[in-house]
Every structure is written in structure tokens, then in C-alpha cells.
Design a protein around this ligand. Structure first.
Ligand code: MRU
Length: 370
């Protein structure tokens, strides 16, 4: 995607050839600041404190975190500890586990002296694969927007999205936003309803910012507005991302996604989820009660951070002193509320059978009958 008019990725190798550059997403949309990650601790902090966030980007950052760690100690015990530290940074996005297991499988058989170069090479390859997968998600999702356009004539197609599942959540393109960017680039009039996504405001701060950078028209709405807009016929389709989708098609995503899916179901609005195969947890069938749901600091709910009239960051308190808070970061939308899963291999029905048809390598061996 373009930032200040220039094609940019969200993670890169710095000019020294070994430190890892990221955009500090905690500063957006007010400041565009780059950070250089130089150690395992830097990478772990970047993920835990959400300087990087979004399931695919968390996975890529973790892979580079392994590479950074291998610079100082590539022994067997050190590798084991690195994987443990990174896996503990955030519990819900399954791309983190996927990337770390992938790195472990490639590095463990190697001699310690070979591990650093192999880790950098694999981290770069995972980043490139993410870009290719998101581009393919965009191609598979584009016909949904084209079809809505056919139905509507000249009026813009209105897509509702929740949280940020765009370029900033990945290495490039995004998942849910990839079809939207492609439609916009193809000249289809598309307008995005952006849920603000309390408490961290990934919609208002990040999705709005990146859509604006690319010139896609959008309107930010409060998290509770979507149902009303759907009743008024102002939403043609919903597209959201996911942090973990089970092999059975249940979708875990940012808190509030489930309520949007219920409203979409009640109003006959198609509800699509965009994801790369690395976000599928093949070991899990049902999401509700099984996917670990991250609970974050109460301060994220008790306060809100923005920019004051001087353009300086400012945090203000919203709650009465001592007010109790529960800050659950994700929820699970059951497969029955999902119209389809837009993957890099095509659109799957949200079920084990639907997903296995696109990913036959994950088909569980069936017992022979008769
Ligand atoms: O807590 P975050 O910002 O890392 O969560 C990200 C999301 O939940 C996004 O909505 C996204 O869909 C998943 S990543 C493409």
C-alpha cells in the first residue's frame, strides 16, 4: 500500500541488513514513527505492546524475533527459550504459533552455526508469502464487490468492516481490506463503514488512516451503529478479518465482531471473513469456550488516547475513579453466522468440509466403513 504516496511494507530489514524495521502502530494515526527492533526483547515487546498487531503481522514479527535472537545465542536451549518467550506474547492470534512452529521445524535440525542465516531467510520468505496470500485473498474477494456493484448501478458499494484487518495488520494489502483496495483500484465506487473498535480504536485510528492514505472513501461509525445501518439498507456486505478460525469454521476476531454478524444475519446482509490459511487452527473444531481469549489491561477501557489541539498525544480518563473494568479483546462468531471464508485459495463454506475442500493437505484421515 502507499504511505505518503510511496509503496511501503509494514515490516522490513533495515539498511544494516539485520535489524528489523516496523511502524509504531501505537502512534498512528497522529505520528508516523519507525522503530528498529534489534533484540528478542524488542520483538517480544513490539508484539505484546501492540506496536505491531494483526494476526499475520504478529506471525512475521515473531519469525524475525527468532532471527534476531539467533544472532546472540543459537544453541538448542536458547532456541527453545526464544520460542517460549515469543509464544507467550499474545494468546489469541494463531499465526503466532504457526510461525514459531514453522521456524522450529526448520531450525532445530540445523547446527547452531547455521541457524541465524536460515532464520533470516525463512522470516523473509514468510513475509513474502503473506503478501502473496493477501493479494490472492483480494482477487478472490473482488467478485463479491463487483456483484454488489452490478446490483446497485452507479451508487457506491457500502462495505462494513470491524477493527483493522488491512495493510497494517499484515505485511501488505491486508486481509479484509485487500478486496476493497482492489475494487477501488479497478475503479469500482466503494465506500467503507469503519467501526471505531473500542477500546483500542483500531478502526478509527488505523483502518481510517490506511484507507485515507490509499484514497478509499470511508466513514467512521461508533461500534453500535452497524445494526441500524443494516436495517436502513446502507450496508451491502460485511468483510472482517480473523485472529483464529477453527477447522470447523468458527471465527475469532476483535471483540464486537459477533454482534455485527448477528445483526448481518438478522438483516440478510452477507457476512464474509477474509483470512490466509495460516490463521486456520486445524487442531480445533469449536471456537466458543476453546479459543483462548486475551484479556488486556483495564486502562485501555478506563481511558482514551487521542491528540490534543497542539497535536500532542493526550490520554483522558472516562470512568469514575475505582470503576471496575473487564477488557476482553476478542469474541467468537459461530460458523452458522458466516456467509463465507475468503482465503488465498478461494471462498470456502465455513465448515470443516468447506475448508478441507480448499486445503486437502489438512484433511483428517477418515476411518473406513463397511
Ligand atoms: O488486537 P489486534 O489489533 O491484534 O487484533 C486484530 C484483529 O482482531 C483484526 O480485526 C483482524 O481481523 C485480525 S488480523 C487480520
Amino acid at each position: 500500500m502507499k504511505v505518503e504516496g510511496r509503496p511501503t511494507r509494514t515490516i522490513w530489514l533495515d539498511d544494516d541488513g539485520w535489524s528489523v524495521g516496523i511502524l509504531d502502530q501505537t502512534k498512528l494515526p497522529f505520528r508516523l514513527e519507525r522503530i528498529s527492533l534489534k533484540t528478542l526483547e524488542d520483538a517480544a515487546r513490539a508484539i505484546a505492546d501492540m506496536e505491531v498487531r494483526g494476526a499475520p503481522l504478529i506471525g512475521v514479527t515473531a519469525a524475525y524475533g527468532v532471527a534476531l535472537a539467533m544472532r546472540t545465542d543459537a544453541s538448542d536451549p536458547a532456541l527453545k527459550e526464544v520460542l517460549r518467550v515469543l509464544l507467550a506474547t499474545r494468546p489469541t492470534a494463531v499465526n503466532l504459533r504457526w510461525a514459531l512452529e514453522d521456524m522450529a521445524a526448520r531450525l532445530e535440525p540445523l547446527a547452531p552455526g547455521e541457524r541465524m542465516a536460515a532464520a533470516y531467510a525463512r522470516a523473509a520468505a514468510i513475509a513474502d508469502e503473506d503478501v502473496a496470500q493477501n493479494e490472492a485473498i483480494g482477487r478472490h474477494g473482488l467478485p463479491l464487490i463487483e456483484a454488489a456493484r452490478q446490483r446497485k448501478g452507479a451508487a457506491p458499494v457500502n462495505v462494513l468492516t470491524h477493527c483493522n484487518a488491512g495493510w497494517l495488520a499484515t505485511v501488505d494489502w491486508g486481509t479484509a481490506l485487500a478486496p476493497i483496495y482492489m475494487a477501488h483500484d479497478a475503479g469500482i465506487p466503494v465506500h467503507v463503514w469503519v467501526d471505531e473498535t473500542r477500546p483500542r480504536n483500531q478502526g478509527a485510528g488505523l483502518t481510517a488512516w490506511e484507507l485515507g492514505q490509499h484514497g478509499v472513501p470511508y466513514t467512521v461509525i461508533v461500534d453500535n451503529a452497524g445494526g441500524h445501518l443494516m436495517q436502513q439498507g446502507e450496508v451491502d456486505l460485511c468483510i472482517v478479518g480473523t485472529d483464529r478460525t477453527t477447522g470447523g469454521g468458527d471465527v475469532c476476531n476483535k471483540i464486537g465482531t459477533y454482534l455485527k454478524a448477528l445483526a448481518a444475519f438478522d438483516n440478510g446482509v452477507p457476512f464474509y471473513v477474509a483470512l490466509p490459511g495460516t490463521t486456520i487452527d486445524w487442531r480445533m473444531e469449536e471456537g466458543v469456550g476453546h479459543i483462548p481469549i486475551e484479556e488486556r489491561d483495564a486502562a485501555e477501557v478506563a481511558t482514551v488516547t487521542g491528540s490534543n489541539p497542539k497535536g500532542e498525544p493526550a490520554t483522558v480518563r472516562l470512568l469514575p475513579e475505582g470503576g471496575r473494568v473487564k477488557n476482553v479483546a476478542f469474541d467468537v462468531t459461530p460458523a452458522r453466522l458466516v456467509t463465507g471464508l475468503i482465503t488465498e485459495r478461494g471462498i470456502a463454506k465455513p465448515s470443516r468440509v468447506g475448508l478441507e475442500a480448499l486445503y486437502p493437505e489438512h484433511r483428517a484421515p477418515r476411518e473406513k466403513t463397511g
